[in-house]
Design a protein around this ligand. Structure first.
Ligand code: ADP
Length: 461
């Protein structure tokens, strides 16, 4: 049984993920509440909720969604029982999670302590080491000086990668291939980390050539029950950011899948994780896997796991926060051995980025919008409709297309067909680029790694 009924849920986010969460909540009979910035006063997420309130008056477009005081104040004033943070903005802000708790509002996510621990990527690595999970050789602490970096490179060899301790979204990482580049790369990485994350601390890892990015979806309740929902392959990346994701991965046989999923589960069990989270790994061409980080929140690509398992992860998050056990019919997640995956799912992130112009985000009014659809096609979007105004303030995601079929090949064909059905005029999009990805022979054969986009100029034609 649940111990805390959620009647009114506020989503501290915008765009597609806010709408995704409203939909989940509405199906559960929960009243939905949106927040919006001044710049988002006509943004569609606002109108997809039962109620909506302005936050961060007088602040910038991003700052408004980061305005903890204002969001908590709106929540208190409007009798909010729970806040779902989505991804980005305050989703990994331990202080926000604490402030919710202090205000007697349920924060839908893991505990503030775990958000804090996993938010420090060096600490996360150390937790993985303690759990006996393989990690990439790296510094056990943030590095302070060029000398320390040189020492690490001497011991482990080049290339190395400099990463922000508080990093995320693929930003602030630098690959260093020789000692001549080290000093400058270190300085730049620090200043980028400071400006992006407000924390200049960096650490080093050996840079793995041509790995696959494999991540495991985990979900746990507040009673110690925890399971994995298999893996996603997110190797199609641009600038270390995911573009196309696949579930399950074509690169794993049953034995390796079991090993990776069990490793993820071991770590999350050990820390007593509850709610949804993802453990990320890199898989080298010789089939060795290494932990990179934990994302203690819902992820953009959760949709494809939902498609292959039939489990609504967002509804599970809400029910877990209410205190239900995974096996309760309200959630309905069976014991691990009985969780099955079926078929294949692919997600494409359609963005307003112009592939012919270095993927610079475009903005403006949508003059035409006709979307694809049909059997096995799921769309998670929000701001796309004729006449909609795409502002330059926020991330450039327009709509997520997820396709599902019995085989990978059919899921890919369905994706191509859907991409081609879309007609978007008024802003540039990456649709032609995505078509090139899902028809590329290396993509279709599963023979791709994180270098795929950078090494395939034909994708940009
Ligand atoms: P972020 O939190 O910014 O997303 P991650 O640590 O998750 O950063 O890494 C994002 C991506 O960067 C990975 O999927 C991978 O492509 C690349 N990457 C990170 N660390 C390494 C490494 N040690 N070797 C090779 N590639 C790496």
């Amino acid at each position: 049984m649940g111990s805390q009924k959620i009647r009114r849920l506020l989503v501290a986010n915008r765009g597609e993920i806010a709408i995704r969460i409203f939909r989940a909540a509405t199906e559960l009979g929960i009243r939905t509440v949106a927040i919006y910035s001044e710049q988002d006063s006509v943004s569609i997420h606002r109108f997809k909720a039962d109620e909506s309130y302005l936050v961060g008056a007088g602040k910038g477009p991003i700052e408004a969604y980061l305005d903890i005081e204002s969001i908590i104040e709106v929540a208190k004033r409007n009798d909010i029982d729970a806040i779902h943070p989505g991804y980005g903005f305050l989703a990994e802000n331990a202080e926000f999670a604490r402030r919710c708790e202090e205000a007697g509002i349920i924060f839908i996510g893991p505990s503030p302590e775990l958000i804090e621990r996993f938010g420090d990527k060096v600490e996360a690595r150390n937790l993985a080491v303690a759990a006996g999970i393989p990690v990439i050789p790296g510094t056990p602490e943030p590095i302070e000086s060029l000398q320390e970096a040189m020492l690490f490179a001497k011991e482990h060899g080049y290339p190395i990668i400099i990463k922000g301790v508080a990093g995320g979204g693929g930003r602030g990482m630098r690959i260093v291939r020789s000692q001549d580049e080290l000093q400058e790369a270190l300085e730049r990485a620090r200043s980028e980390a400071r400006s992006s994350f407000g924390n200049a601390k960096v650490y080093l890892e050996r840079y793995l050539e041509k790995p696959k990015h494999i991540e495991v979806q985990i979900i746990g309740d507040q009673h110690g029950n925890i399971v994995h929902l298999f893996e996603r392959d997110c190797s199609v990346q641009r600038r270390h950011q995911k573009v196309v994701e696949v579930a399950p991965s074509l690169a794993l046989d049953e034995a390796l899948r079991e090993q990776i999923c069990q490793s993820a589960l071991t770590l999350m069990k050990r820390v007593g994780y509850s709610n949804a989270g993802t453990v990320e790994f890199l898989l080298t061409p010789d089939q060795r896997f290494y932990f990179i980080e934990v994302n203690p929140r819902i992820q953009v690509e959760h949709t494809i796991t939902e498609l292959i398992t039939g489990i609504d992860i967002v509804q599970a998050q809400i029910k877990i926060a209410e205190g239900y056990a995974l096996s309760d019919p309200e959630i309905g997640i069976p014991p691990q051995e009985q969780i099955k995956m079926n078929g294949y799912a692919i997600q494409c992130r359609v963005t307003t980025e112009d592939p012919e112009n270095g993927f610079v985000p475009d903005a403006g009014r949508l003059l035409a919008w006709r979307s694809g659809g049909g059997f096995g096609v799921r769309l998670d979007g929000g701001n796309g409709y004729p006449g909609a105004i795409i502002t330059p303030y926020y991330d450039s995601l327009l709509v997520k297309i997820s396709t599902y079929a019995n085989t990978f090949e059919h899921a890919a064909r369905k994706m191509l067909r859907t991409l081609r059905e879309f007609r978007i005029r008024g802003v540039k999009t990456n649709l032609p680029f995505l078509e090139n990805v899902v028809t590329h022979p290396d993509f279709l054969s599963g023979q791709y790694d994180t270098s795929f986009i950078d090494t395939k100029p034909e994708l940009f034609i």
